[in-house]
Design a protein around this ligand. Structure first.
Ligand code: AMP
Length: 215
């Protein structure tokens, strides 16, 4: 299946994507993760993206569209993909449609996670990630056994630079202005599937399976 996970930052798209990978065996493609890797490696694209990311703004469409158009051509996407964090603007959605058409494909579903902004702020400000294995924690809701240390691999837990309070506010504003219009865009196309992003991870995953017709 070719799936897009849509929702504000902190809605749980990454967590649900990881569960879907296990179920479907298709890759998760996260533009945020690709950009963070590029930053770490100090590539030209990574350095260009850095200023936008630190300010909580969107990286220009042509940069992320370029990333996705290359990535979707890889062999592992032949039997489907899970897009997490792309598209984030209407022009990105239109570019995706063109890319898929060129491969005689179209999206099977856009899963839209809704979570209110107070909950999102709480989730994002406490979010911690293992820099080694990528495991996710929350400082209050699901802390590691030893503060700052990953339970799974002993790696160091870090807070993303853009999960600091001021940047969170900006990212939520950007979402409401530039990304939320995609809800109507996909609803009109008949591909939108609504999921309540509040509650236990497994319950949300069950909703995802249900709207995708997989349970
Ligand atoms: P994320 O990990 O999805 O929250 O993305 C982190 C940051 O990467 C965002 O705040 C943006 O600056 C940038 N980014 C990720 N995906 C996109 C996208 N599709 N379009 C523009 N910027 C993006």
């Amino acid at each position: 299946m070719d799936i897009v996970l849509l929702g504000p930052p902190g809605a749980g798209k990454g967590t649900q994507a990881r569960l879907l990978i296990e179920k479907l065996g298709t890759p998760q493609i996260s533009t945020g993760e690709i950009l963070r890797e590029a930053r770490k490696a100090q590539t030209e694209m990574g350095l260009k993206a850095q200023t936008y990311m630190d300010a909580g703004k969107l990286v220009p469409d042509e940069v992320v569209v370029g990333i996705i158009s290359e990535r979707l051509l890889k062999d592992d996407c032949k039997n489907g993909f899970i897009l997490d964090g792309f598209p984030r603007t209407v022009p990105q959605a239109q570019a995706l449609e063109v890319m898929l058409k060129q491969q005689s494909k179209s999206l099977d579903a856009v899963v839209n996670f809704s979570v209110d902004s107070e909950e999102l702020t709480n989730r994002l400000s406490g979010r911690r990630t293992c820099e080694k294995c990528g495991a996710g924690y929350h400082a209050d809701f699901s802390p590691s056994k030893q503060e700052g240390v990953c339970d799974k691999c002993g790696g160091k837990l870090i807070q993303r630079d853009d999960d600091k309070e001021d940047t969170i506010k900006k990212r939520l504003e950007v979402y409401n202005k530039q990304t939320a219009p995609l809800i109507d865009y996909y609803r009109q196309k008949g591909t939108l599937k609504d999921v309540n992003g509040l509650g236990a991870v497994e319950d949300i995953f069950n909703q995802v399976l249900r709207v995708l017709g997989l349970s």
